[in-house]
Design a protein around this ligand. Structure first.
Ligand code: NDP
Ligand code: OXD
Length: 308
C-alpha cells in the first residue's frame, strides 16, 4: 500500500516511523516527496492539493488527519472518492481532558476568581453541587459521547442533543431542531462538539444564548464558524452568559485587538482542545485501510449528503 501524508511535517515524521514499524512493506511518503504519483493509493491530509485527482489519478481514499473533514472543498473531489475523518483514542482522550477541565473551571467559578485575583479581592461565593449543575453537550458523536463519561462520574446532571435520537445511559437526550429549545432551557454549561455543516454554521448565536438559563456558560470546541462573536460578547455584557471557554474561532488565529483576547469572562485557547496523536492514529489509519481493502465499512466515513 502506498500512502502520502500532507500535513504538519514534524508530526509526519512520527507517522512515517510508526507506519514503517507497523505495516512493513508499505510505502509512506511526506508531501512534497510523493514518488510516482500514479501509484499513490491513500492520501492523509489536512488540506489536499486542489488538483488532487490530477496529482493522484489512482487515489482510493482521502483520509482527514483530523476529526473534522469540513476543511475539504468537496466540489473539487470526485463524488465517488471516499473521505474519512479521524476517529482514534488519542484524539478522543485529549478532548475528554479539555472539556472536563473547562467544565470544572466553569463549575467552580474560576473565571470569576481569576478576575478577583487580578483585583486583589478575597471574596468567596456559594458553591454549587455538581448534581445541581446541568451540562448539555451538542453533538453526541465519538467525542460528545466520550466527554460525557467523566462528567457523569463527577455527578453532573448531563443532557445531550444530536441530529438523530441517541440513547446514552444516565444522559437525557434530545434530537433535532424541534427539541433544541427544550435542551437549551435546562442547560447551565453548554458544550459544542458539533461538526461544521450548513445546519450548524452560526448556531451559537443570540437566539441560542437567550434560550439558556440566565448566567449559563459556554464551551466551544467544535468549529469557529459555529459561533457568532458579537452575539457572544453581547450575551456576556448583559450577563445572560457568565463565561465562555473558546477553543475555535473564525478566523484562526484571531486578529490582534479582537475583544476575545482580553475579555475577563473568556478563556481563549488556540485550537488545541485536542490533536490527533500519531501513536494511536496510525493504528486507526491502518485498520481502516484493511477494512477498505477487504470491503468492510471504514470508521469515520463522511456521508456527503449529511455533511459530516
Ligand atoms: P461525529 O461525526 O462523531 O459526531 C457529530 C455529532 O454531531 C453527532 O451526534 C451528530 O448527530 C451531531 N450533529 C451533526 N449535525 C447536527 C445538527 N445539525 N444538529 C444536531 N446535531 C448534529 O463527530 P466527532 O464527535 O468525532 O467530532 C465532532 C467535531 O468536533 C468535529 O467535527 C470537529 O469540528 C470538532 N473537533 C474539534 C477539535 C478541537 O481541537 N477543537 C478536535 C477534534 C474535533 P447524529 O448522532 O444524529 O449523527
Ligand atoms: C480536528 C481538529 O478536527 O484538530 O482534529 O480540530
Amino acid at each position: 500500500m502506498n500512502i502520502v501524508y500532507k500535513s504538519e511535517p514534524e508530526r509526519g515524521r512520527k507517522w512515517a516511523a510508526l507506519v514503517t514499524e507497523r505495516a512493513p512493506g508499505s510505502s509512506f511518503r511526506q508531501w512534497p516527496d510523493i514518488g510516482d504519483p500514479t501509484t499513490v493509493d491513500y492520501l492523509v491530509a489536512w488540506q489536499p492539493p486542489s488538483d488532487i485527482m490530477q496529482q493522484f489519478p489512482n487515489l482510493k481514499v482521502l483520509f482527514s488527519v483530523g476529526a473534522g473533514a469540513d476543511q475539504f472543498d468537496y466540489a473539487r473531489l470526485p463524488a465517488d472518492l471516499p473521505v474519512v475523518r479521524m476517529v482514534e483514542p488519542g484524539l478522543t482522550n485529549g478532548m475528554v481532558e479539555y472539556v472536563t477541565f473547562a467544565v470544572l473551571g466553569l463549575h467552580r467559578d474560576m473565571p470569576r476568581y481569576l478576575q478577583q485575583q487580578r483585583e486583589q479581592q478575597w471574596q468567596p461565593h456559594p458553591m454549587r453541587a455538581a448534581a445541581k449543575r446541568r451540562i448539555g453537550v451538542m453533538g453526541l458523536g465519538s467525542l460528545g459521547e466520550a466527554v460525557l463519561k467523566p462528567l457523569l462520574a463527577l455527578g453532573f446532571d448531563c443532557g445531550g442533543w444530536s441530529r438523530t435520537r441517541r440513547e446514552i445511559d444516565g444522559v437525557q437526550c434530545w434530537a433535532g431542531k424541534d427539541q433544541l429549545g427544550d435542551f437549551l432551557a435546562r442547560t447551565d454549561i453548554l458544550i459544542c462538539l458539533l461538526p461544521l455543516t450548513d445546519s450548524t454554521k452560526g448556531l451559537l448565536n443570540s437566539d441560542c444564548f437567550n434560550q439558556l438559563p440566565h448566567g449559563a456558560a459556554l464551551v466551544q470546541a467544535g468549529r469557529g464558524a459555529q459561533l457568532n462573536h458579537n452575539d457572544l460578547l453581547s450575551a456576556l455584557d448583559s450577563q445572560q452568559l457568565s463565561a465562555a471557554v473558546i477553543d475555535v474561532t473564525d478566523p484562526e488565529p484571531l486578529p490582534a485587538g479582537h475583544p476575545f483576547w482580553r475579555h475577563p469572562a473568556i478563556w481563549l485557547t488556540p485550537h488545541i482542545a485536542s490533536q490527533t496523536m500519531p501513536e494511536t492514529a496510525v493504528d486507526a489509519l491502518l485498520a481502516n485501510i484493511r477494512r477498505f481493502e477487504s470491503g468492510e465499512p471504514m470508521i469515520g466515513l463522511i456521508d456527503r449528503q449529511r455533511g459530516y
